[in-house]
Design a binder for this molecule. Sequence first.
Ligand code: AQP
Length: 352
Amino acid sequence: MAAFKELVFSGVQPTGNLHLGNYLGAIKRFVEMQERAECLYCVVDLHAITLWQNPAELRTQIREVTAAFIAAGIDPRRSIVFNQSQVPQHAELAWIFNCVARLGWLNRMTQFKDKAGKDRENASVGLYDYPVLMAADILAYRATHVPVGEDQKQHLELTRDIAQKFNNDFAESILAHGHGEGFFPVTEPLIGGPAARVMSLRDGTKKMSKSDPSDYSRINLTDDADAIAQKVRKAKTDPEPLPSEAAGLAGRAEADNLVGIFAALQGSTREAVLAEYGGAQFSAFKGALVELAVESLAPLSAEMKQLVADPAHIDAILADGAERAEAIAAPTLDAVKDIVGFVRRGPTLRAV
Ligand code: AQP
């Protein structure tokens, strides 16, 4: 396999209020990755429309997610921040990958089953094809690392399968075009930390999610101190005090979740949190959690507010990012077209 330059790609859908799960499982880790490699962070609006979106709200939400990226600490001069629909290579590569991916692979995707629910026949074709577009997002940049929450693990396995099948199916052509062995990297998922799967505050067995009908199930990045305090105080718990060691969280989903959130906000581990709060009642622990969450989220939400008040500035960040993203993706697509056997556009009749 050829050596690939370390490059990070990840995306967030502009489909509603961003919550603590999106922040701790993904965006906070995006910021950390900037120290390590070249990073592309994408507002995946093509993914968003796999479920119907109100057009005016979609535009607002694209700008809000961009603002959240910047407010969280992503530097748009250092990292490439853009929205997917401005870079046509995503959709173009997705089509080619549609012809590489197998139906059987997509039939196994649990997110489609969850989101389509019982009304499968009525789901959009895009929702079914979502993981193929995600593979195109990542591989258009030949990204080597993808930081995501645990819910995206299966989709990343599919990305790896698509990369490997493309490399195998076109092995001779890849070599003939001088690309060495393996045109696409087999991307590494970066899933981990204490908040890889933040759970609902109302039910420790369900993922914290934008689409949960109860606003009390999640902490939104734009919630003020009062809302955060109310939601944490109402969060479901059990009657036992906190254990002193992480093993004692087994079978206590809600306690495990709150301790994981605390650890991720603090940049520590469950063990470190329990070393301090082991034996404490939830009333005391929740008080400390509210304080930590407000202290972490208040500056973020204040900066988000400021940024969204200037949409022209956000649009300029996105335009700049799209230009830089396309400069990487366009040569990849040209090479893919050569490898697949397409005739690329040359001089016109007038010129020959
Ligand atoms: N609960 C979570 N815990 C940890 N990470 C999470 N992510 C999402 N929920 C959690 C991660 O956030 C990134 C962006 O997610 P997304 O908006 O692209 O898609 P999603 O997973 O569909 O997000 P939601 O909020 O849960 O929306 P719905 O309600 O539509 O299902 C990804 O890296 C994701 O792993």
